[in-house]
Structure formats: C-alpha cells, structure tokens
Design a protein around this ligand. Structure first.
Ligand code: THU
Ligand code: ZN
Length: 297
C-alpha cells in the first residue's frame, strides 16, 4: 500500500511531491493530515487550502480497492477540528455491488471513527453520485459543508442536492456524526475484549430508522483492533454497514483484510432487519481465514 501511495506522488507537482515524500514515508502516517501540516504545505507552495486538497486527491485515490471497475475515486474530508481525512472507494468481488463503499463514505466514516462530530468541507476527484449526496445529507451540520471538485468553484453541499429528502421527512432529528450512546448493555458475563469493542461501536452506531444498532471489531494478526459502526440513511439504501467501516479503516492503515484473524459482530435486532447474514457473507469473501462471532442483543 505504501508503495502505491508513493507511486501516486508522481501525479503531483514535483516540488509538492518532494515536500510530501518524508511525511508519507513516516511509519505513523495514517491517511490523514493535521491542520498544521496542511497550513505548512499551503504556505510552502503558495496555494490555498482548496487547491492543495485537490492536488492531494491522487494520494487519497491511491487507497482505492476497485476490484471490479478499476476506477479510482479519492476524497478528503475536513473535520470540524481542522484535520483532513483521506478516503477511497472499495469494491468487493463475489458479493452484491450493494456492499461497495464510495470514496466519500470512506473519508466521512474515517473522520467519524476518529472522533469528528462535524465536517466543514469535502474534496473529491469526481462529481459525487446521487447515493453519496444522500449519504452526506445525513450528516451533522450538512448545511455548513462545502463541496469542492476539480475545475469547479467551491459550492455549498445543498447546491448539489436541491429539494432534498432527508431525516426530517421521517421525523428524525439525530444526525450522523453527532455523539451517541445507544445504551446497549453487555449480555456476556465473561466479556471478551473484541466483544466489548464491538458493543462500544454498536453503542455509537447511527440507526435511528430501524434501531438495529450494530458494531463490529476485527483483530489483526499484528494485534491491532479495528472497529466499525453502522451508519443508516433516511433513504435506507445508502446506509453504510459496520463491516465496511472497519474494512475501510484497515485499508487506510496500510493493512490487508487477509490479516484479520477474528471478528466480533454485535447487533440489537430491530423490527425486521438484521445485518448478520450480510456481514458474514462479506467477511467470508474478504477474510475467509477470519473466525466470525455473532452476538444478537
Ligand atoms: N464511486 C465513488 O466512490 N464515488 C462516487 O460518488 C462515484 C462512484 C465509486 C463507486 C464504485 O466503486 C466506482 O466508483 C464505480 O461507480
Ligand atoms: Zn457515490
């Protein structure tokens, strides 16, 4: 992965690539840039923030895993804290296309899992599809978010989604990214650390429509644990399931899904739906070696 990132540097202006190379080579580089790092880059290269973020998109797109389309989409989300988070599209062979993660969803869920509660800007190398516009409409403070595309002026997000259908049409006022506690309590007496991590993720999941609160925790062969939270959408189909959120973080951390040893999936079953079959199907394709544990609450 780091090799793909470094080879994407050749798509950047030489001076910028030279400046970024040591940052990307640092072992602790985590597919994000701090507000300070970004400000320094802008100053050193006499570029404004939007032009710099657009210039960096080939690096975000280098994280794409487009097994089916070979179409690389990159996005960068700027969090309310001022930090910048990379994202890229993920496609999965041998399962329904509905499992796909769009670059915008990747960058947004990356920012969410790293503690952001609002976003101020999203930069993307292609125009966001209708599904992504709908996904963005679910976010806390969507009114304040700007969208910037190559060769386009920065626009308010709502210019990209006039006459929006959204959470308020279903009388829902809790937005995605706002801090949550779904008050789920453990059902296992001898709790396992992965179970606890999955339960904590389920407690922070956004499922105001089905109440099918769900979270996942994946243990890698290097001991690292990655979690994922379910993110529902008012239009239902653009919802992002928890395994996809975790797989995205694993990929952005330069790790491989083949490194997953164990998965704990916890969900509170809602009125009619459950995610466990989808999660097991996707898991058995991307990480056939992983042991999958399921806990319904
Ligand atoms: N894609 C995105 O990542 N964002 C968009 O809004 C447009 C489409 C991805 C999804 C899929 O992996 C590939 O591009 C082809 O649609
Ligand atoms: Zn999209």
């Amino acid at each position: 992965m780091r090799d793909r990132l470094l080879s994407a540097l050749t798509q950047l202006p030489d001076a910028l690539a030279k400046d970024l190379s040591p940052i990307l080579r640092r072992p602790e580089f985590d597919a994000s840039l701090s507000a300070n790092e970004m400000a320094t880059l802008c100053q050193n290269h006499q570029m404004n923030e939007a032009d710099m973020a657009l210039a960096l998109l080939p690096l975000a797109a280098a994280y794409a895993m487009p097994a089916i389309s070979q179409f690389y989409v990159g996005a960068i989300a700027k969090g309310g804290s001022g930090h910048f988070y990379f994202g890229a599209n993920l496609e999965f062979a041998h399962v329904s296309l509905a499992h796909t993660v769009h670059a915008e969803q990747s960058a947004i869920s990356h920012a969410w899992l790293r503690g952001e509660t609002t976003l101020s800007a999203i930069y993307i190398n292609y125009s966001p599809c209708g599904h992504c516009r709908q996904f963005i409409n679910e976010l806390n403070g969507a009114e304040q978010i700007t969208i910037t595309l190559p060769k386009q002026p920065t626009r308010a997000f709502h210019d990209y989604l006039p006459d929006a259908f959204g959470p308020s049409d279903l009388n829902i006022s809790e937005p995605l990214l706002a801090p949550k506690d779904n008050a789920l309590t453990p059902e296992m007496t001898a709790a396992h650390p992965l179970y606890e991590a999955a339960l904590a993720a389920a407690n922070q999941s956004h499922a105001p429509y089905s109440h099918n609160y769900a979270g996942i925790a994946c243990l890698l062969d290097n001991g690292q644990i990655f979690t994922g939270r379910y993110a529902e959408n008012a239009a239902f189909n653009p919802s992002l399931p928890p395994l996809q959120v975790a797989l995205n973080l694993i990929n952005l951390a330069d790790c491989s899904w083949h490194q997953i040893k164990e998965v704990y999936f916890v969900e509170k079953q809602g009125i009619s739906n459950q995610l466990s079959h989808d999660m097991q199907t996707l898991c058995s394709q991307v990480a056939p070696q992983a042991q999958f544990h399921y806990h319904a609450l």
